[in-house]
Design a protein around this ligand. Sequence first.
Ligand code: TYM
Length: 331
Amino acid sequence: MKTVLSGIRPTGSLHLGNYYGAIINFINMQEKYNCYFFIADWHSLTTHPDPKTLHVNVSGVLSEYLACGLDPKKSTIYIQSSIPEIAELYLLLNMHAYLGELEKTVSFKEKARQNPQNINAGLLTYPVLMATDILIHNADFVPVGKDQEQHLEMTRNFAARFNHKYGVEYFKMPAAYIHGEDELIKIPGLDGSGKMGKSEGNCVYLLDEPKTVEKKVKGALTDNGPEGENTQKPDCIENLFSILRAVSTPEVVKHYEGLWDRGEQRWYGSLKSQLAEDIIKVTNPIRERINDIRNDTKYLARTVEEGAVKARESASKTLRDIREIMGFKPF
Ligand code: TYM
């Protein structure tokens, strides 16, 4: 059975980008694959979160994941920091990760530019920790959004380098899970630029009330309408269509693509109402389930305890093998 693994940093509520990049595929895979799902709390430390909010965020993301339909009976759900084997493998893999390649990572350069006063070693070796998460279970597939593509590529490099160095074929080459298409998905923000992201402040959250979703979508940036037939869409309009393609039916998408291609005017209001309605169809059931789950602290505790036991079983086996391959021997 193939292994699938996905992770998310606990830095706040989940948004539509997280859902389409890392969750939705997962929900349908739980029967067919050996699924690991974890909360990457060590990864969130690069920005030094307030100790008072770390646990709240971990617990919040856990609840939201369960509300999305992750099932602890079918998948292994755990918190990264409860698996000490990850820390040890991270140390070992760090010896085979080079400064040049780490410094060239797009996410490192971006974060270093945004926060020049906090370029810490954890930020530099972030891709090694992420590779460790994946390799510790020798995952075959990793459902991620487009923004994580380079980290996946680096994971394959680290895995291949390790195999080559020690003359083994131990690590598999994990593939980014592709959402039924040739490209990884990128859900854009509502502000006409880049991807939807917490730090960008352009998100629709899974827990947003319908009224809030409507307001956010209504306020999304648009232009003055197509300037003729079959013109190229500006970023702000293409972004709305990207979200529409994720949440709506192909017929709905075709209808609005037709309006654009024919150069028709005055339909952005209708597009936005439809978009809001279809987003709400996705988010409503999740929002309705969340309160029960969030308040069931026993269920949450049992989920991560059982998850940690299962995850550690697999992680400690990998670590034993890796120690042996690298020459650690008991006296
Ligand atoms: P994070 O917490 O930033 O995001 C979690 C997941 O959501 C996806 N995502 C998106 N997908 C499409 N469109 C968007 N706008 C969008 N925004 C976020 C991300 O691609 C990701 O899949 N380093 C990772 C967490 C991590 C991890 C791992 C993931 C740690 N170890 C091992 C997979 C495997 C991160 O920061 O994701």
